[in-house]
Design a binder for this molecule. Structure first.
Ligand SMILES: [Zn+2]
Length: 333
């Protein structure tokens, strides 16, 4: 080896070693396709019966998520990983939504009514500054089954939203892999009852004692499909318009880490609809929401694991881990 080549070689070795030891790099390295497949293929299996809130399949899903958090090494937020709650509505022939607000519940309970028992799952990595929180979340419930459907009657919900749950679990693991304690407390949240009216995230926001100390919420709902086949790297990146740094972060990280994504940047003045981001935006918390658009299998039994774009799920998970890292550690945004 010539002297000059040797010098280049030595320098590149040093650079590689230094780079590899950076906490963020360690976290990123842990995010992979095999983990995405493990989480999604279990949650979207027919055995989970479409994970309808209040039913056996959703309870099995939440129990599985708690097991995953324990394996990763994420402690529970409260004494328990579960945040149980009840939702009520009038008996089925009368019009009326499911409600989690105590005032609405009191009125509904006066008549003949339905009751659903649901449960969110909440884990947390305590930060150095214990007064501030950020939340990374996705709903795990879906539409259940319809025995009257001819043929396939299970709504597997692989994209909606087993894909989002896989991202939250992989990000939780990536935080642990960094080996570094974040500045803020980082909550990993898995919402029940989203398909029945954002119930889990609504209940959390209504009952959270530290709601004023939540600095940001990162949401996932459907991150695994291509709306247009010719755009396999397409993802919609919604974020609260007032927080321009959210757009800047993603642009810079895509360049820096060569992430294979072509985001449609959509700053939004009040992100008050679509998914669980609405529960947080309604109380003024800045949000980021990853979503890969509707598709022909949306809310149909054909939303199956075999139709997912696995590479895209992994790239979105990496990009959003970097977002979460910034939310947890950046001074201002
Ligand atoms: Zn959804």
């Amino acid at each position: 080896m010539k002297k000059y080549n040797l010098l280049v070689f030595v320098f590149s070795c040093i650079a590689t070693t230094l780079f590899a030891q950076m906490p963020v790099e360690k976290g990123l390295k842990s995010i992979n396709r095999l983990s995405a497949e493990a989480y999604i293929q279990f949650l979207a299996d027919d055995e989970l019966q479409g994970r309808e809130a209040g039913q056996h399949g959703a309870n099995l899903a939440s129990s599985y998520i708690v097991s995953c958090l324990k394996v990763i090494g994420i402690p529970s937020l409260g004494e328990d990983y579960y945040q149980p709650f009840e939702a009520y509505r009038k008996e089925r022939q009368r019009k009326g939504r499911l409600e989690v607000n105590p005032d609405s519940i009191a009125i509904i309970k006066k008549g003949v009514h339905q009751r659903y028992d649901m449960r969110n799952v909440l884990g947390m990595i305590p930060g150095k500054n214990s007064d501030e929180y950020v939340i990374v979340g996705a709903h795990f419930d879906h539409l259940g089954m319809d025995p009257m459907l001819h043929g396939d009657h299970i709504y597997n919900g692989a994209d909606d939203n087993a894909s989002g749950v896989s991202a939250v679990l992989q990000i939780a693991k990536a935080f642990v892999e960094t080996g570094k304690q974040p500045e803020r407390n980082v909550i990993f949240a898995f919402w029940d009852g989203e398909e029945k009216g954002l119930l889990g995230s609504k209940y959390f926001v209504q009952n959270c004692s530290f709601i004023k100390d939540i600095k940001g919420y990162l949401n996932f709902d459907m991150i695994g499909r291509n709306n247009k086949q010719e755009q396999p790297k397409h993802v919609v990146y919604f974020y609260t318009e007032a927080n321009q740094s959210f757009g800047k972060w993603l642009r810079e990280d895509i360049k820096k880490y060569n992430l294979q994504l072509e985001p449609d940047y959509r700053p939004w003045d009040k992100p008050l609809s679509g998914s669980d981001n609405a529960s947080f935006a309604s109380v003024g918390i800045p949000v980021i929401w990853y979503h890969t658009d509707g598709h022909p299998d949306y809310h149909l039994p054909s939303d199956e694991s075999s139709r997912l774009n696995w590479d895209k799920i992994v790239e979105i998970t990496k990009a959003s881990f970097l977002n979460a890292w910034n939310l947890a550690n950046e001074k201002d945004y």
